[in-house]
Design a binder for this molecule. Structure first.
Ligand code: RIB
Length: 312
């Protein structure tokens, strides 16, 4: 693909313990393994785009430490543009403390450090970075005013703007008007709407309500029930691909990047959801954040082999 995409977002050094269950308050339990992986929602989404063959530039901050060195080297190995990454002289590189249980479900504490230490002056080069780009993809591991400023500038410059509201945090009402595509999970949808969102039927109603906030389209991911999308022309649901879960970490990131890729390719919303569900499903079958993100050929082969079993 010729399109060039800018990702604004967080980079974390993930410290991952697997075990049967999380301890209760005051309790100690034994874990089963410990690994470290490159992670962070922004970096994960940027790596997923690069593995789909998209020229990608990651805009973010890391500390001036060995973790930052490691993350940058790993991103360079993926062929990503890293010249817009800022080394923070005050704070260290972000960390993700991840617990993964026997079902592959995760529990994550994010220590943002440099990821949240932005100043307005850090965006001086933004116009140059966005020039020639087709899309800006953001999450919420960077400060909301920075996310909003980037979305507004990208929208004004005619780029497709995508916001993945993870982790959910309070947003100014007018931010949504700068977003062409809003992607969130059921928990995040509940946060923004103030009521529970569970299952495809409730997600359809929630997507319509979120659309009314002023975005161009809304996608709510439903884990093993697929995803629902709403835009000006209607609402659709795409079922999930059934896989054995090893580790769900970065499945949402894979989904967001894959959906942006599909829409940039000219896919309609339903076809984009199906491609993104396939990418997310493959991610779930492998351990770790960035190591688990699939390449384009793998997704295509998986979709062909699984199409008969896919529930629309
Ligand atoms: O979405 C998964 C990511 O969330 C992990 O890589 C972790 O760093 C946190 O940012």
């Amino acid at each position: 693909m010729d399109a060039y995409v800018v990702v604004l977002g967080g980079l974390n050094f993930d410290l991952v313990i697997r075990g049967s269950r999380m301890p209760n308050k005051g309790e100690s339990v034994f874990g089963k393994s410990f690994h470290t992986f490159p992670g962070g929602k922004g970096a994960n989404q940027a790596v997923q785009l690069a593995r789909l063959g998209v020229q990608t530039c990651l805009l973010g901050r890391v500390g001036n430490d060995i973790y930052g060195d490691h993350l940058i080297a790993s991103l360079e190995g993926e062929g990503l543009r890293t010249d817009a990454l800022i080394r923070d002289s005050e704070l260290g590189t972000g960390k993700g403390w991840v617990f993964v249980d026997d079902e592959g479900d995760n529990y994550i504490i994010i220590l943002p450090e440099a990821n949240m230490n932005w100043a307005k002056g850090d965006l001086e080069a933004l116009a140059d970075l966005l020039s020639g780009a087709a899309c800006l993809l953001c999450q919420l591991e960077t400060p909301v005013p920075i996310v909003k400023a980037c979305l507004r500038q990208a929208k004004d410059a005619g780029l497709m703007t995508v916001l993945n509201t993870a982790p959910a945090t309070t947003l100014p009402a007018d931010l949504f008007t700068h977003v062409d595509l809003l992607i969130l999970n059921q928990t995040e949808a509940a946060f923004y709407l103030g009521h529970a969102v569970a299952g495809a039927d409730q997600a359809r109603a929630a997507a319509a309500d979120l659309l009314a906030k002023g975005c161009g389209a809304v996608v709510i991911t439903l884990g093993d029930q697929g995803a629902v999308a709403a835009d000006g022309s209607g609402i659709c649901h795409c079922g999930a691909f059934s896989v054995r879960a090893v580790d769900v970490t970065a499945a949402g990131d894979s989904f967001c990047a894959a959906l942006a890729y599909a829409l940039l390719q000219g896919d309609d919303l339903y076809s984009g959801l199906k491609f993104a569900c396939a990418s997310g499903a493959l991610t779930v079958t492998r351990a770790g954040a960035q190591p688990s993100l699939p390449k384009l050929a793998e997704i295509r082969a998986f979709m062909e082999s699984e199409s008969a079993r896919h529930v629309n």
